[in-house]
Design a protein. Structure first.
Length: 234
């Protein structure tokens, strides 16, 4: 299966992560357990994604408690934002914020799949769109966009929602999108990865082969948003 994945998709082989993903699949996991497992899985995948996608550079000097001077290390690039897809992406947010050494902007995207066509519909977007100055061409780069956006999307099923979010971030003006996900279907992950091949990296804990007739991953782990927020059967 991994041989069919494009080079910008990175499937984790971390043994602890694989064991936690197996626990998350269980129908007996309650909302509290689901929240904890999504957080822990996101922490491991996020650690792998940030290690590959970020670097450090020398910062200002500081002093240790014993008075010794040292050169600090700061993240590069410094312009980073986190983009959780509502609702389920909120379950991953705290883990990625924990990894980063400093607070960064969090911008939310609200997308849902239309139940008949399974096509993504955007209902909320709070990206800070840049309004060009007078005389600036409307197609000029968006100077308010982050250099790197971490897109938090726990489940990539058909890939439609993730692809739509990537396209939105690309239009916003980001230079790179790093998708952090828990589980995906092969076809959906390939679709999302091909949305912007030169600007997208996908880091994911697990991949299943198929979708059912409702566009859900099989065997999958159900609707993560419903499991997190106890809205099953809505």
């Amino acid at each position: 299966m991994t041989h069919s994945l494009p080079p910008n998709v990175h499937l984790s082989t971390h043994p602890c992560l694989q064991a936690k993903l197996s626990q998350l699949r269980a129908s007996t996991a309650n909302a509290r357990e689901t929240k904890a497992l999504v957080h822990e899985i996101s922490l491991i995948v996020g650690c792998e994604a940030t290690a590959a996608g970020l670097s450090t550079k020398k910062g200002p000097t500081a002093k240790t408690p014993l008075g010794y001077e040292y050169t600090t290390q700061v993240l590069s690039p410094s312009s980073i934002s986190l983009i959780p897809i509502l609702r389920s992406g909120l379950g991953m947010l705290d883990a990625i914020q924990t990894l980063l050494p400093n607070p960064v902007p969090v911008h939310h995207l609200g997308l849902f799949r239309e139940p008949v066509t399974l096509q993504p519909v955007e209902y909320y977007n709070n990206l800070p769109y840049h309004v060009p100055d007078h005389g600036t061409p409307s197609n000029s780069p968006n100077t308010s966009a982050s250099e790197i956006a971490f897109l938090l999307d726990p489940v990539i099923a058909t890939g439609g929602t993730c692809s739509a979010a990537i396209q939105t971030l690309r239009e916003w003006g980001v230079k790179k999108v790093i998708v952090v996900a828990v589980l995906g279907a092969v076809s959906g992950v390939v679709k999302a990865a091909s949305e912007w091949e030169g600007g997208v990296e996908i880091w994911i804990a697990g991949i299943d082969e198929t979708l059912n007739d409702r566009g859900m991953i099989a065997p999958g782990l159900g609707d993560v948003g419903d499991r997190l927020f106890l809205t099953i059967g809505k």
